[in-house]
Design a protein around this ligand. Structure first.
Ligand SMILES: Cc1cc2nc3c(=O)[nH]c(=O)nc-3n(C[C@H](O)[C@H](O)[C@H](O)COP(=O)(O)OP(=O)(O)OC[C@H]3O[C@@H](n4cnc5c(N)ncnc54)[C@H](O)[C@@H]3O)c2cc1C
Length: 472
């Protein structure tokens, strides 16, 4: 170990690993310290149920990963990352056996929404088609790091994105379009009337057309392993099984970069109540299934999709999210599900399948939502229960115990709601810096927020680099 490192990174999630890679790539001496026994944070894969069934306990589907400017600038394929694309990125089934879809093609997507809304959908996405690279760079940036590459496109997108999704869906006449958009907005875990909830809906739809919604071969762990392997190639080192509790436990370094919650950062680095106004959001209840066969969705489209959203109307989706954020467990949850083994045969023994599902619950909720989740799946896939060989469930307490960043089961590491969607963790010119000149924050509690894209780590590395260069 060198006597003085350039940077120590605490936490080996996608953002911590990205920050470490980007600093090591600039020739700095970097070491990473991770509390868990393996790297990955929210991008990991484990045999949670039965031998041979490889589940993603956290992230599974990666529109923002495959479209991330930070990941695209790294040779991750050479380090084993292979993206597998389902035939359809997303299906949204309805009780009558039909489905709306997000397809790679705008035409197929628009047609699935019905004749009265197809034109409105085409007009909504048209200004952004063929411009993912610029849009992703500009949208997944922060307020402070210079002008957007396409200021007009960025401003237009901002006007669309700032709306509540409930306003965006009013442009559409039928429930198919409204529900599929409300479902995509639901990834942000905020009531559909909230500021900025149209942003995720639009971003996920555009990602579907531009880059797809793929899964990594072998599971989400492959993303983390590729980042870890590239980091080691650049001379960086990773230590696992080390929970950092105090700054002075760490080796001497010129910079300390925290892939942690702001609350943990304040405690570890002695920053007092610097983040007392930072709010954590609703939690999730996650179930990973080992299945005897593929999910028997009534809607044929859902059998060809990597991701399936289960929520029959935009109203029901809104009600489920509102209940969870207001502290009530929804009787009928909105479900985000994924079926990676349809396209990746390394996830389960031949003929068998893994299935990934979660619904939203209040933060810290310690009830059991398994029955409510399975009742809802069964409505759209009769016979599902008969296929269940084993299940692993995790409510907020278990999710928080596995990863300290998911405070009370909030998988976004801070509510992605209201002004906190853009001002996170607090109002400051460079959100990655802290009151301590050598301490930085790089987790999804900073812009651009949750998701496996590494962009918070990328921007934080830039802030560290500027500070270190400034000091010679
Ligand atoms: C159930 C679930 C489903 C999700 N689905 C998706 C999805 O499909 N697609 C998607 O893009 N995103 C998804 N996400 C969100 C995504 O996983 C996160 O937004 C992303 O992982 C955040 O990355 P990060 O590096 O900021 O933090 P994390 O990935 O949470 O990593 C933080 C790391 O820091 C470590 N750490 C924390 N404190 C300490 C300490 N004191 N000392 C040492 N180490 C510490 C933790 O152990 C962890 O490894 C999901 C998350 C969950 C939980």
């Amino acid at each position: 170990m060198p006597s003085m490192l350039d940077a120590v990174v605490v936490g080996a999630g996608p953002n911590g690993l990205t920050a470490a890679v980007e600093l090591a790539r600039r020739g700095l001496a970097v070491e990473v310290f991770e509390a868990a026994g393996t790297i990955g944070g929210g991008a990991r894969t484990e045999e949670l149920t039965l031998p041979g069934y490889r589940h993603d306990p956290c992230s599974a589907v990666h529109p923002l990963g495959v479209g991330s400017p930070a990941f695209r600038a790294m040779p991750l394929a050479r380090h084993g990352l292979e993206w597998l694309h389902p035939e359809l990125p997303l299906a949204h089934p309805f009780p009558d056996g039909t489905a709306a879809v997000l397809a790679r093609s705008v035409g197929e997507t628009a047609m699935s929404l019905g004749p009265r809304d197809a034109g409105t959908y085409r007009r909504l996405v048209a200004p952004y088609l063929g411009r993912w690279d610029t849009l992703a760079r500009d949208f997944l940036r922060t307020q402070w790091n210079g002008l957007p590459a396409d200021p007009v496109g960025w401003a237009r997108f901002g006007l669309h994105a700032a709306q509540p999704v409930s306003l965006l869906t009013r442009r559409f006449r039928d429930e198919k379009a409204r529900a599929i958009l409300a479902g995509m907005a639901g990834h942000a875990i905020a009531p559909s009337g909230g500021f900025g909830t149209a942003g995720p809906a639009l971003l996920f739809a555009l990602a579907g057309h531009a880059v797809g919604w793929p899964v990594p071969r072998g599971g989400s762990q492959a993303i983390s392993d590729a980042l870890g392997s590239y980091l080691r190639e650049q001379g960086g080192a990773i230590h696992v099984g080390v929970e950092v509790k105090r700054l002075d436990e760490l080796p001497p370094a010129r910079a300390y970069v925290f892939d942690t919650s702001p609350t943990a950062l304040a405690r570890i680095a002695g920053l007092g109540d610097a983040y007392r106004r930072f709010r954590y959001g609703a939690g999730v209840f996650k179930v990973d299934y080992a299945l005897d066969g593929p999910v028997p969705w009534t809607a044929q489209e859902a059998r060809r999709a990597g991701t399936v959203h289960v929520g029959p109307t935009s109203g029901e989706i809104g009600a489920a999210l509102r209940a969870a954020t207001k502290g009530h467990a929804p009787a009928v949850p909105f479900l985000i599900t994924a079926q990676p083994s349809l396209i990746d045969d390394s996830r389960a023994p031949a003929g068998k399948h893994t299935f990934w599902a979660y619904g939203h619950v209040p933060r810290g909720w310690d009830g059991d939502a398994t029955e409510a989740i399975e009742r809802q799946i069964e409505r759209f896939a009769p016979g599902f229960r008969d296929l269940v060989l084993a299940r692993a469930v995790a409510g907020p307490p278990r999710i928080a115990a596995r990863n300290a960043n998911y405070v009370d089961g909030d998988i976004a590491c801070g509510a992605f709601e209201g002004l906190q969607t853009v001002i996170r963790p607090k109002l400051t010119r460079v959100p990655y810096t802290t009151a301590h000149p050598s301490v930085f924050l790089c987790s999804s509690a900073t812009p651009p927020g949750p998701g496996v894209h590494g962009m918070s780590g990328h921007h934080a590395a830039h802030a560290v680099w500027r500070r270190l260069r400034g000091h010679g």
